[in-house]
Design a protein around this ligand. Structure first.
Ligand code: ADP
Ligand code: MG
Length: 747
């Protein structure tokens, strides 16, 4: 195997016909060298290998055809157009319609000449037509040759035509013959999966023969595509595993278990489920390592993730380190604050918080408390990311509902922990008894040396200084919790840099929520029913989702509903929360609801995430057909948290489309978040489910995580093999598939 990579370092300006302007446009498409060009794959193909007779043309299909010009007219009025009619020997006709044309051009279409055209066939006022087809005049004595391969259509950018791209890629393909792209996949693997070489795959996809299986290509099932997909997925897995390995090179403090954990467990009104215990054990194992934990805890709504996180927090605090607990919304942050206070303050662990709307004086006070280390557990929203926040010795970062944050923010926080702890080195040195950070006696030689450098005793002149610097960085442990049940294969890919724990069991005694689907025409009856229930002691949510993309209208809709209730039933205690309330008011209403001073909470989707009022057992969701399945599942998860039988009613606006109906039926049939997520992914595709995660340096060129999921385990296996055995291969693959995006990852 050769490791030099000629084409992948040859810049495009070495090709004929490429000037600075062209280079600029190519750069927009992230095309810089010949390797990039070769991997710039067509979106689809045009068949110019044959001439379809006019009478065989089908509407909606792109085709090449030929005929004799029988008329040429320019229409006036409305939109000017030039109409050219061509006719085949059999007498069938098709009209060519041009909206933009030069006078000269119009004149060139003289009767009797033969035209060969290519375009999409449409149905027009006078039968078949093509709008702005590409065309050429045919000299019947010497007809132009037909293409021998299908013509690719490339993704492109303004001012860069298909013809230019085709010419450039053609040149690149020619140099490929002399100067092959290095084959990075081991022969063993290619044999195993029976896929073609890189070389052959690339050639096939740029210039497929008319005999190639175009249907397979369209469906991304052609072996040439499968081969590239596999290579890209391997490369992606390598990237994720590298990210992980880099993190594993950093140091992290150790948190042994603590007596206070037992105290908490003894004080809880419940015992942990088997799943909670298992996941907790996995976390505790991580926290005893000298490398940062990177763990994703997945657990369906109501599975009890918070208490598991609180236990990890106790261990960190007991070891003398700070814990940042991050939630995506203020309501949720506030709830975590209360839960943590309730559990930890009796253990004499103080819980502080920070949010974006604090008054300046309080904010200063909180920031000082965080900076001097007095605040041990700090709960907050993204306010915790802000630059002004300086932790004293951050040891654990807990991120709840991670899909809301995305990979950028996660990396930002990791970085924050890093600079903070490094600044705090002094602190670590001067407080030796608070330092479970590094128990040198437990480390072997090499690690002990690194441990020394982490404590500030850097050995100068080491020829591995750079590597050591990395190794001496101290990062906090990371615990990420999500209620989005990501299908396993997808989790493996998108979160390949994280370990995965799943709480796959709900606390006992929970009764599955019963869900009904109802037309909006029954809205008033439903309101009456809700009132009667509330009079019997039930607490209910009424959710008015976003209908217009305007927060104002959104808030108004919920206000109108709240007023309808109070107008009809003045004795019903109704609260209202929406995004336009300030945080204090929001908190007041939420608390009143929690304390059962309110019967009904009318809300927008701000309550979607994490809100926990176990006594509430009825939820109405209006305009349910407009919400995604994952969101509906999250919303519905606000009930069914206690031991009461809970109900959810999904109201829809008629008429309901077939897919809308199918989706609401899924909600009615199952409470299982994984089933719902699978269905959701089928409807929306994985990109949306993962949110920013997908775009965070993980965008794929040809592979599709869902469509190509069957390759992921193999890709993971080979990524590991290659990483361990052939670093050069790894570098080339990363360069080839990720290129400039790799920089982001390393940042
Ligand atoms: P989520 O996983 O959705 O964040 P929470 O942590 O908010 O769930 O837990 C939901 C509710 O279940 C809370 O009221 C919590 O105190 C309670 N809970 C957690 N674990 C158990 C358990 N093992 N048995 C009974 N109730 C539990
Ligand atoms: Mg939660």
């Amino acid at each position: 195997m050769k490791f030099q990579q000629p084409l992948e370092t040859t810049t495009i300006d070495s090709l004929k016909g490429v000037g600075p302007k062209m280079l600029e446009k190519l750069a927009k498409l992230h095309l810089h060298n010949l390797g990039d060009l070769l991997l710039h794959l067509p979106l689809r193909y045009q068949d110019k290998t044959r001439i379809a007779p006019i009478d065989s043309l089908l509407v909606g299909v792109e085709a090449q055809t030929e005929g004799t010009i029988i008329s040429q007219t320019m229409t006036r009025g409305g939109r000017n157009s030039l109409l050219v009619v061509i006719q085949s020997d059999s007498g069938a006709c098709i009209t060519l319609r041009f909206f933009h044309y030069h006078f000269r051009q119009a004149q060139s279409f003289t009767r009797g000449k033969t035209l060969r055209v290519f375009g999409e066939v449409r149905s027009g006022p006078n039968g078949l037509e093509m709008v702005h087809p590409s065309y050429q005049f045919v000299n019947l004595e010497k007809p132009p040759a037909l293409e021998t391969t299908l013509t690719p259509v490339y993704p492109t950018t303004e001012g860069l035509g298909q013809a230019s791209l085709i010419k450039l890629i053609d040149q690149a393909l020619k140099s490929l013959e002399i100067n092959p792209l290095p084959e990075m996949l081991p022969a063993g693997l290619l044999d195993e999966v029976q896929l073609p070489s890189l070389q052959d795959a690339i050639r096939t996809l740029h210039q497929p023969q008319a005999s190639d299986d175009l249907v397979a290509i369209k469906q991304f099932k052609h072996p040439a595509q499968q081969r590239l997909i596999l290579e890209e997925l391997i490369s992606q897995q390598i990237g994720l595993q590298q990210l992980r390995q880099q993190e594993q090179k950093c140091l992290a403090p150790k948190f042994p278990s603590s007596q206070k954990v037992n105290e908490l467990l003894a004080s809880l009104p419940f015992s942990l489920t088997g799943a909670q215990q298992r996941v907790l054990a996995e976390i505790q194992q991580d926290l005893q390592q000298t490398h940062p934990m990177q763990r994703l805890v997945q657990g369906d709504v109501g599975s009890g993730k918070t208490v598991v996180a609180a236990i990890a927090a106790i261990q960190a605090a007991e070891a003398g380190f700070q814990v940042a607990v991050m939630a995506p919304t203020e309501i949720l942050a506030e709830q975590h604050l209360h839960a943590f206070q309730e559990w930890l303050e009796p253990l004499e662990i103080s819980v502080s918080w920070l949010n974006g709307r604090m008054k300046a004086a309080e904010r200063r006070f909180r920031l000082a408390e965080i900076a001097n280390g007095e605040a041990k557990i700090i709960v907050g929203t993204h306010a915790l990311f802000q630059e002004a926040v300086n932790f004293n010795n951050l040891g654990l970062v807990i991120i709840d509902e991670q899909h809301r944050f995305g990979v950028h923010q996660r990396l930002a926080l990791q970085q924050k922990g890093q600079s903070i702890v490094l600044e705090g080195e002094e602190n670590i040195d001067t407080n030796p008894d608070e330092t479970n950070l590094l128990e040198s006696e437990t480390l072997d030689g090499a690690e002990a040396q690194l441990a020394d450098s982490a404590n500030g005793y850097r050995k100068p002149g080491s020829n591995k200084e750079i590597e050591q610097n990395r190794l001496s960085e101290v990062h906090p442990h990371q615990l990420i919790m999500t209620a989005t049940p990501i299908p396993r294969t997808l989790a493996m890919t998108a979160y390949g840099d994280l370990d995965l724990s799943i709480i796959d069991e709900l606390p006992p005694g929970r009764k599955p929520i019963e869900t009904a689907v109802m037309s909006n025409s029954k809205r008033f009856e439903l309101m009456e029913h809700l009132y009667a229930k509330c009079k019997q002691g039930v607490q209910a949510y009424w959710v008015c989702p976003l209908i217009e993309e305007s927060e104002l209208l959104h808030a108004q809709a919920s206000e109108v509903t709240a007023t309808q209730f109070t107008d009809h039933w003045p004795d019903l205690r109704v609260g209202l929360v929406h995004g336009r309330l300030n945080g204090e008011d929001k908190a007041r209403v939420m608390n009143a609801f929690k304390n059962h001073e309110l019967d009904l909470l009318v809300a927008t989707t701000v309550i979607e995430v994490g809100v926990n009022v176990p006594n509430s057992s009825l939820m109405i969701i209006e305009n349910a057909e407009r919400l995604g399945l994952a969101q509906l599942h999250q919303l519905r998860g606000r009930v069914g948290r206690g031991d009461k039988q809970s109900h959810c009613v999904l109201l829809y606006q008629s008429p309901l489309s077939a897919t809308g109906k199918a989706r609401l039926n899924i909600m009615r049939e199952t409470n299982d978040g994984f089933v719902i997520a699978e269905e959701d992914m089928k409807i929306r595709g994985p990109g949306e489910i993962l949110g920013t995660r997908q775009t965070g340096g993980l965008q794929l060129r040809i592979a599709d995580l869902q469509r190509d999921a069957q390759w992921i385990p193999l890709a993971q296996e080979w990524a590991e093999k290659l990483l361990n055995s052939t670093p050069n291969v790894v570098d080339t693959l990363q360069q080839r598939w990720i290129g400039e995006k790799a920089e982001y990852r390393k940042a």
